[in-house]
Design a protein around this ligand. Structure first.
Ligand code: ASP
Length: 443
């Protein structure tokens, strides 16, 4: 098959074309044209993915849990999954802390740049502080309360409540295991049917991926560069380049060291196969900045290309998209210390340990949507007594880092799904060979 017919190349082409168009549009002041005529295609693409997220999580988790014939299997797979999720997130935070403490990017920020950034982003800071206040104004067990909804329909009405949808699906799945098979069958058949349809819908939506990605990137670049002032963004990148570099280095280190080592140690999967299978997922995560929106594709690729069984992928991945955010946790650790350093504050050992704990927890509570990580960062800063207004310093580059950390988040989910599948003897042969890596539409 010709290279350009492969999905990941088409997405890369869309992405590059989006960058080129975005820069040209910003330089020529085509902001209005872009938002009127280009951006809607990206919105349609991302809406399509989000539209199927709740039915997908619901149908795949219910059928997944119900297919685990007994509860001991569910608790074994469940505890293994959660332990690996928390373990890898803690490693991510530690990598971030080591790098930011060695590189000390905060010391490199010139005082004029600091003042300029603080003035420029003061408005964004107060918005994030208000949103964080809602989250923070709660007791230590609030997360537990938040997981159990009092009304399912209201949870299903927003993708931000995915943790509640996950809970309800697991709960219903457990109920289905416990009623007689004949009684459970009609409901189970219905969810299996829904699941099959939703998975086909992913294929249809992904036909639009190259155009959707082009449009999302074009809009992001045009907005970033603003009203024709390319210099402003370059300036910002200059001042915050070292900080951004540390975050990127951390994300790359975590992916290549932690994930690849775990895959090598605990699974028979070849790295090349993994990368081939996961590349389109990373590209869509990068373009949409949302692991929730990327979930349908993550599930499809893990199942159909990387050989993860239905049973494991339908349980591990929806849970992971909601609670497992290694890239976000790593970024939050680097950002918190960077802000402290640029304000001339030192974070001692106690503060660093607090960052590990709060970043792991905060990343679990972070919604799988664009920009959620910076809101939870406010809470981490409060815990280590660093002025929350300091997030003004990093707002300008947050969107770009969000794209990269989301790509890391989804890679982490897929890695854990493969490890859990291998440990359960449920990892089949991958299918990413030449000629087969394209989207199929069944006639
Ligand atoms: N955008 C990220 C995600 O969806 C969350 C964040 O770090 O803002 O995974």
């Amino acid at each position: 098959m010709r290279w350009y017919r492969k999905l990941h190349w088409q997405i890369i082409l869309g992405l590059l074309a989006g960058v080129v168009y975005g820069v040209i549009a910003a330089a020529n002041g085509w902001g209005r044209f872009t938002s009127d005529w280009i951006a809607p295609f990206g919105t349609v693409f991302i809406n399509g993915l989000q539209l199927i997220a709740v039915p997908l999580v619901l149908s795949s988790l219910i059928t997944g849990v119900a297919s685990l014939s007994d509860l001991s299997k569910l608790s074994r797979i469940g505890s293994k999954t959660i332990a690996i999720y928390i373990g890898t997130t803690a490693i991510a935070v530690i990598i971030g802390l080591l790098l930011v403490n060695i590189a000390r990017p905060g010391d490199a920020l010139p005082p004029e740049a600091r003042e300029r950034l603080q003035a420029e982003f003061a408005k964004n800071v107060s918005e994030s502080e208000q949103q964080a206040e809602v989250v923070d104004d709660r007791g230590p067990l609030q997360l537990l309360e938040d997981i159990v909804p009092s009304n399912f329909l209201s949870s299903a009405s927003s993708n931000r409540n995915m943790l509640q949808v996950v809970f309800v699906a697991i709960f219903v799945g457990i109920g289905l295991i416990q009623v007689p098979k004949d009684t459970a069958k009609p409901l189970l058949d219905m969810f299996e049917g829904l699941n099959a349809v939703v998975i086909r819908l992913v294929d249809l939506i992904m036909l639009m991926a190259p155009v959707g990605v082009f449009s999302l990137i074009a809009r992001t670049i045009t907005q970033l560069v603003g009203t024709g002032d390319v210099g402003q963004v370059l300036n910002l990148l200059g001042a915050l380049g070292y900080y951004s570099l540390v975050v990127v280095l951390g994300l790359v280190t975590h992916m290549s060291l932690t994930y690849f080592t775990l895959l090598k140690l605990f699974t028979p999967m070849k790295l090349k196969t993994f990368i081939k299978g996961i590349a389109p997922v990373q590209l869509v995560a990068f373009s949409t900045s949302s692991s929730g929106a990327t979930l349908p594709l993550t599930m499809e690729r893990c199942k159909e290309k990387l050989g993860v069984s239905e049973e494991v992928s339908s349980f591990v991945l929806p849970l992971g998209a909601t609670v497992n955010m290694d890239g976000t946790a790593l970024y939050q650790a680097v950002a918190a210390v960077f802000i402290a350093q640029s304000l001339g504050m030192e974070i001692g050992l106690y503060g660093q340990i607090t960052i590990v704990l709060t970043a792991v927890l905060a990343s679990i509570g972070t919604a799988a949507v664009p920009g959620a990580g910076i809101i939870m960062l406010v809470i981490i800063l409060q815990q280590i007594n660093v002025p929350t207004a300091g997030i003004a310093l990093i707002f300008g580059v947050d969107r770009i880092l969000d794209m990269l950390r989301t790509a890391t988040n989804v890679t982490g989910d897929a890695t854990v799904a493969i490890i859990v599948a291998a440990s359960e003897g449920q990892l089949g042969a991958p299918d990413v060979d030449e000629g087969r890596d394209k989207i199929k539409i069944r006639g």
